[in-house]
Design a binder for this molecule. Sequence first.
Ligand code: ATP
Length: 378
Amino acid sequence: MSNKRLRIVTLPGDGIGREIVPPAVHLLGIIEAALGGFKLEFEDRPDMGARYFQESGRDISPEAFEAARQADAILMGAMGWPAVRHADGTEISPHLRLREEFQLYAGVRPIKAFPNTPRRLLDERAANIDMVILRESTEGLFYTHGKGEVIDDREARETLRITRTTTEKLCDTAFRIARGRKQRNPAKGRVTCVDKANVFRAFAFFRKIFDERRARFPDIQADYNYVDAQALDFIRRPWDFDVLVMENMFGDILSDLGGGLVGGMGLAPCAELGDEHGLFQPAHGSAPDITGQDKANPTATILSAAMMLDWLGERHGVETLSEGAALLQDAVEEGFATRALRPMEFGGDQGLKAAVKAVTDLLTAKLAARRPVRAPAM
Ligand code: ATP
């Protein structure tokens, strides 16, 4: 089998980011060795983030930026450190520039309840929460981010922008994600357009484009919800949703609400996708309070790495990448279900190293189990 070569840039960043990216890379190496069909060439770039800013006065080196541009995918840890700031008081976040420069318009945030992790809703059905928020990430109400107008001390303005080009691509991404989920689970396969089309023309425009694009995916169900009703439904019946597509600010708010419904920060993976680039990272920050203490939960980074494999698999038509993604995801799921994975974040006894070992053992067992059984030696 020929191996598809893929360049992955790792940007570990700060704090626990530097602790959790290397084990995730190690897990990817195990998958590569066992499944074949691809070769991941890693380039580690520590020259980005708050620590690098302290050393150099820059938040990212031009070399790291270029390496990220040239890469087939970017795996990021966490950026920022509260004590290290720009002169204007803002935190070090070169990530926002990567998002803008690489036009990472599709922010994919899976919201999934894992067994034996904290639940915020008492209803039994909360164990079945399994949805994906697709947050547009380059326009919407963030369009004038940093350029908003303060007219005088009595008035300030920001502009919300919805474009056809981005919305079409965003909706197509939502329907494709739903299609992939339906293949894995026939009960899935629905996209909900979350908007405020009853009040704003911009959102009526967003919905019109959603309707145009849904016609191209007749196998996928489509419906709508107003954003205020959606917030209510996240508390009343979050288990009923599959893929939800929405404007930037709505996605910003609802993805935190969604994340809050299932477990803690250490569980939330994220993919930021453009036409040419994909950036994968845990949704949590650098967690200075637990850095250097072997306490971080690596799950979100491991799940982000799984999303990266899945995205690369689809993009390059390499089945073993997609298979590896599914096995890694399954290893985490089984870890929680059997209590083999017990991160300290949820009161468990496993620090970072022990949690990584638990996932490694489960993954290795799954990889071994999928191999054809050899005939016993005579
Ligand atoms: P940022 O603004 O950089 O996104 P934040 O203010 O959301 O960061 P985090 O760094 O994500 O803050 O940390 C919030 C809390 O969650 C902290 O108490 C931190 O220790 C905890 N936390 C975050 N990530 C993890 C993790 N992977 N494992 C365990 N605890 C975590």
